[in-house]
Design a protein around this ligand. Sequence first.
Ligand SMILES: *Cc1c(COP(=O)(O)O)cnc(C)c1O
Length: 371
Amino acid sequence: MSGSESAPHPPRPLRPATVAVTAGRPPHEPDQPMNVPITMTSTYGATGDLEYGRYGNPTWTAFEDALGALEGGRALAFSSGMAAVTTILDLVGLGSSVIAPRHAYNGSVTALTDAESRGRLKATLVDITDTAAVIAAMEADEDCGLLWLESPTNPALEIADITALSAAAHELGIRVVVDNTFATPLLQQPLSLGADIVVHSATKYIAGHSDVLMGAIVVPADGTDDDVYGALKGRRDLAGAVPGPFEAWLALRGLRTLHVRLERAAANAAELARRLTDHPSVAEVRYPGFGAIVAPVLAGGADAGDFLVRATSLWVHTTSLGGVESTFERRRRWKLEPTTIPEGLVRLSVGIEDVEDLWADLKQALDRISA
Ligand SMILES: *Cc1c(COP(=O)(O)O)cnc(C)c1O
């Protein structure tokens, strides 16, 4: 071979599908494995960078590199989405207040109200779609240290104006977190919209196969937020909120196909949202116009919802979402779900099956409700 020893550089910046497939891979060198191995160890030879299994693991690092590249930041892997959420809340100063969507994921809201009940912080729950009201709430609250956003919200599917709210928060010295679980980094990159911290339940779309619990936090990679990265990693080290190496490997394996899974699931969701709108058993369809969650509100309320989730054969009645399989549940079956979520709201997590089969299964159940 003549000429250069090194391979030509691929065009930059790489597009998201290419990043999902390639980021975090071992270098292309003789005898390097194609994929990062699962490094099962609790400790490392002393005096290196890693030292101990709670501080770092090469399988986590590969996952973090890939997710960080997709979000445009620097990622930290956690044992679950809630481990990531509570790690961020742990960094809120004693007695500060947090403004958050009243319809955020109910685990996040419960973590906030629990911290409030212990006197750790104050929680103010708002309608996240009302940008002016959220800004007014931040202006009125001198102690506000953190604006918690989730967009779309789970399960109401409300959208926050991340750009406007981040700009307003920063003028008031308030830090902005976005739970990006529903949108995924392929449909929304909150750091590029002005947010300071992104949080994920990687259990959902990122891992994508309903077989692993994992979470992640992403902060800007430009060095400006090194203190936040260090503080979050410090909390992770101390709390031990770390994923197992096998979990990190599964989540990374899932992330490699995020773009193809999401493309199919979102196309199915758009079609089902359209057909559901015309069905007489459905009073309203919540669907933000992107992503793969659709929430029909059944005209027959709780009874109709409870009937629907028992009357299908393909759709699986289960909590959680974001897997290749189509699943659903009536959210108000959970006691903690706010009463402002309609009783008849059924959250559909649309999978990657054939949409005609999904619709036939849903339709025969819906038809029996109206009959
Ligand atoms: C599931 C979920 C979480 C919590 O994640 P776990 O991995 O279950 O701990 C947080 N936020 C949103 C939006 C979720 O859907």
